[in-house]
Design a protein around this ligand. Structure first.
Ligand SMILES: [Zn+2]
Length: 190
């Protein structure tokens, strides 16, 4: 896809336009492939691929027919591919998956990547979730509450004793101040 974008024809011309206009000459097919990549093989940088010239010509004929079928028709129309049907409704591209796997892939591709999360609770039974807000780390209220309990436990283990001691010291101070107030209060009254 990267190489495809890099080599896109000028914006005035569609890539599909170049494709349907391309000659069926073997040399031309090679030139087209060198520029844009193979048609229905997954293009991987530096990876190998092969296809028959017949297959390429067949695909081109299909696209030529599709072009001719669509020409001048404002109505919506559906194109059939191997994994998706693609239709145009109100100038919007709508793709319909042909298999469940195709549908699942489409859902995953459409989802906002920053919201696709895995629950931080280690033994969560439904860990995969779509975050409602970007700070959400846990899949559910149950897991968030579990985390809070863990946090409190850890806090008590690490800082609880020191905190208790400081609380006692403060209480002692408070009582002695109270005593002083009471004493001075009485002396005032006397
Ligand atoms: Zn969870």
């Amino acid at each position: 896809m990267k190489s495809l974008l890099k080599n896109s024809p000028s914006s005035a011309r569609l890539l599909v336009e170049e494709f349907v206009n391309s000659s069926q000459d073997a040399d031309e097919i090679v030139r087209f492939t060198q520029t844009y990549g193979p048609l229905d093989n997954e293009a991987r940088e530096g990876g190998e691929f092969h296809f028959s010239l017949r297959r390429w010509k067949n695909l081109q004929s299909i696209f030529r027919q599709l072009w001719e079928g669509r020409a001048g028709r404002p109505v919506s129309r559906t194109f059939s591919g191997s994994s998706y049907d693609i239709s145009i409704h109100n100038r919007r591209l709508v793709s319909l998956a042909k298999t469940l796997e195709g549908y699942l892939l489409m859902e995953l591709a459409k989802a906002e990547a920053t919201r696709l999360r895995k629950c931080v609770r280690p033994d969560c039974s439904n860990p995969y979730f779509v975050a409602r807000h970007l700070k959400q780390q846990y899949c559910s209220r149950e897991c968030a509450e579990w985390a809070q309990v863990q946090w409190k436990k850890k806090w008590w283990e690490e800082k609880g004793t020191t905190w208790l001691k400081s609380q006692k010291r403060q209480n002692v101070r408070k009582t002695s101040t109270a005593k002083r107030v009471r004493t001075s209060g009485r002396s005032l009254a006397e």
